[in-house]
Ligand binder design. Sequence first.
Ligand code: C2E
Ligand code: MG
Ligand code: MG
Ligand code: MG
Length: 288
Amino acid sequence: NADIAMYHAKAQGRNNCQFFTPEMNERAVQRLLIEGGLRRALGNQEFRLHYQPQINLASGAVTGAEALLRWRTPDHGLVSPTQFVPIAEECGLIVPIGQWVLREACRQIRAWQDRGLCVVPVAVNISVVELRRPGFAESVARILYETGVPPHLLELELTETRLMQDAESSMSVLRSLKSIGVKLVMDDFGTGYSSLSYLRRFPFDVLKIDQSFIHDLDSEDGDAGIVGAIIGMATHLRQKVVAEGVETEQQLALLRIRQCDAVQGHLVGRPMEADGFAGLLAGGMPAR
Ligand code: C2E
Ligand code: MG
Ligand code: MG
Ligand code: MG
């Protein structure tokens, strides 16, 4: 029947149209561009690490740093890690990139030590894709050994959501990493679904409260009680607590009252080049 055939053709046509929307096509093209760019980025030395200070709330001293990956492309300038890290994870390039990040952070720690600076622990973000590769813990041990960095100066940050998707299989790798002597940080805490029993069993040394909770502290219905409860729980588990994304004096004051250990955010220091961070270390006491 002609009508039915016509109907099918239209329906199919519509489906095809929906599948190849211009918007999607653009996204697919952007994806391919990023993937292609990433394949050349390591060889072209387009990556840098920036370092964002963490400030101890009681003493005001710089007690740590987070290394954040920066990618400057020849054609499109800076591309945010929130854009390229997920693509690097999907195509597997996060593995060599992650190894570069670890080695570069350790090389930098060593260079600061060689200049006689009093170096604080540096936290490196690790993707679960890297964590689940056989031999990951061994590669961390090798990089520490080759760069001559004491393990306690390296922290590895893992985001809660991704880790909990396959909690059991991560456990043995985390234990191996702990046995090397590096510290483990649970990043973006509060955005995932960790059960209390996992939190107790996982060997995390530091818990980072997700920025969304910190930003909420300034809003009408902001809940300082939740942040206080997270801090209380972490303290009970003998974990250090870091608040990330601290931008206002009000947030800082509330975190101080709740006895948060350390803060990280634009209010106390933006991510900066290695030399800028060396200046902070050399200066001893920061602004606050
Ligand atoms: P993250 O690990 O949660 O890092 C914190 C992010 O918050 C960073 O964004 C940092 O620049 C930003 N930030 C710091 N202070 C403030 C503040 O006061 N306000 C606001 N609004 N933001 C602040 P960035 O550098 O764009 O990195 C985004 C994410 O990309 C990171 O989130 C991390 O998940 C990932 N990432 C960054 N570097 C690496 C890396 O070397 N390897 C891997 N696997 N992931 C990385
Ligand atoms: Mg992080
Ligand atoms: Mg985070
Ligand atoms: Mg994050």
